[in-house]
Write a protein that binds this ligand. Structure first.
Ligand code: PLP
Length: 396
């Protein structure tokens, strides 16, 4: 690996210099008003990025996975039924976590490369007239397959059935990079981490709770200590945590939110879309398909690229690291060896993306995939030339 090259993995993402500096802080008293001056603006920034007026933001020293556990253990009891589709490695892991906590998961098996089937959710919710289902789980952006799902459609499915289940959304690889609307979609718990769209090191689980989700904490019996949101709320009221917070990361988060909001969320989303479209133009020029089954499912944060039958896609990733010092993502689970992934989220420009596309081309040519050097790069260049950035305030 090289410390000079950007990474093209779908998290952790490249860290802008200003955020690295913001995280690098002298020790302060984490029970002082000074800490509150980092904590509260960070929470307020996250709330704005979630597009919510009413979500309570809870931030734990953890990762996205800890955010999943926060959502489940604060709102549910052993034996409760939850509804979840499995369409990739991350939705699979969240389901596995539910089962390990003694929840009963009604699993909608969905082909990898497809989105969450809102019509199946609608049928199941309508049939559940006794309201046994307490929560609906949704992975907004399935990072293993590069597939985004329609969360508004799941909300419509819940509403059409008049079903009171809570809606939990994993936005780990979408929030702060792709459009996310906590209030409008009626999300009850949103989950993310610090190391993807927020462009920070790993180390924070970032969650938003709706008033209904907070109500559910009163009757929820699953055990929780470290991730108890009510303990956290008591701490926040005193500019503190129930334990020692990750002060530097929270200061970084405050700054990251400022950067994203200064760029403008619409500009952030447009930048991710533009960069992704260039990558997709390259993939087409190579003659390959994306794992995502339909253009409406294309993720603007990660592309999972299918390689020809009989070729081990992981070889591209290994080769890129060894020969060129560049990181791409391997295929996970069912699509291991069948896809490699280009992460294109966080602090990235089209110029950086071109270097990743060029590197992938060199690797594929080295490995005998019959790629003409420059073909994907030229397709991406054409796209970027024809679609100049609206804003030059790209994340520095
Ligand atoms: C990265 C990721 C996770 C896991 O987050 P960690 O921070 O690694 O615990 C969960 N869900 C999705 C969609 C992800 O991309």
């Amino acid at each position: 690996m090289s410390f000079q090259n950007p990474v093209f993995i779908p998290g952790p993402t490249n860290i802008p210099e200003s955020l690295r500096k913001a995280c690098d802080m002298p020790t302060i008293d984490h029970r002082s008003p000074l800490f509150g001056q980092m904590l509260h603006p960070a929470r307020e920034g996250v709330r704005k990025i979630l597009k919510s007026d009413e979500a309570e933001i809870f931030i734990f020293p953890s990762t996205g996975t800890g955010g999943w556990e926060t959502a489940l253990t604060n709102t549910l009891s052993a034996g409760d039924k939850v509804l979840a589709a499995r369409n990739g490695m991350f939705s699979h892991r969240w389901i596995d976590m539910c089962q390990r906590h003694g929840l009963e998961v009604q699993i909608v098996e969905t082909p990898w490369g497809h989105g969450l089937p809102a019509d199946r959710y609608a049928e199941i919710l309508a049939a559940d007239t006794g309201h046994q289902i307490k929560a609906v789980l949704a992975t907004h952006n399935e990072t293993a397959t590069g597939v985004k799902s329609d969360i508004a459609a799941l909300r419509r499915a819940l509403d059409a059935a008049g079903h009171p289940a809570l809606l939990f959304v994993d936005g780990v690889s979408s929030i702060a990079s792709m459009d996310f609307r906590f209030d409008e979609w009626g999300v009850d718990v949103a989950v993310t981490g610090s190391q993807k769209g927020f462009m920070l090191p790993a180390g924070l689980a970032i969650t938003g709770f709706s008033p209904r989700a907070l109500d559910a904490t009163r009757d929820a019996k699953l055990s929780r200590t470290f991730f108890d949101v009510n303990d956290m709320a008591k701490g926040y009221a005193n500019n503190a945590y129930p334990y020692t917070p990750a002060v530097g990361l929270l200061n970084g988060l405050r700054q990251s939110c400022d950067m994203l909001l200064a760029e403008g969320l619409d500009n952030v989303y447009a930048r991710h879309h533009r960069i992704a479209e260039g990558v997709r133009a390259a993939v087409r020029a190579w003659g390959f398909d994306l794992c995502a089954a339909d253009p409406s499912l294309y993720s603007d944060t990660v592309s999972a690229i299918r390689t020809p039958e009989g070729f081990n896609a992981t070889d591209i990733v290994t080769h890129a690291a060894q020969k060129y010092g560049v990181a791409f993502g391997v295929g996970l689970g069912e699509v291991a060896g069948k896809v490699f992934r280009i992460g294109h989220l966080g602090s990235l420009t089209d110029v950086m993306a071109l270097s990743g596309i060029a590197t992938a081309e060199m690797c594929m040519a080295d490995l005998g995939l019959g790629i003409r050097l420059g073909s994907g790069v030229a397709a991406a260049q054409d796209y970027y030339r024809g679609h100049p950035a609206e804003s030059r305030k790209d994340a520095a």
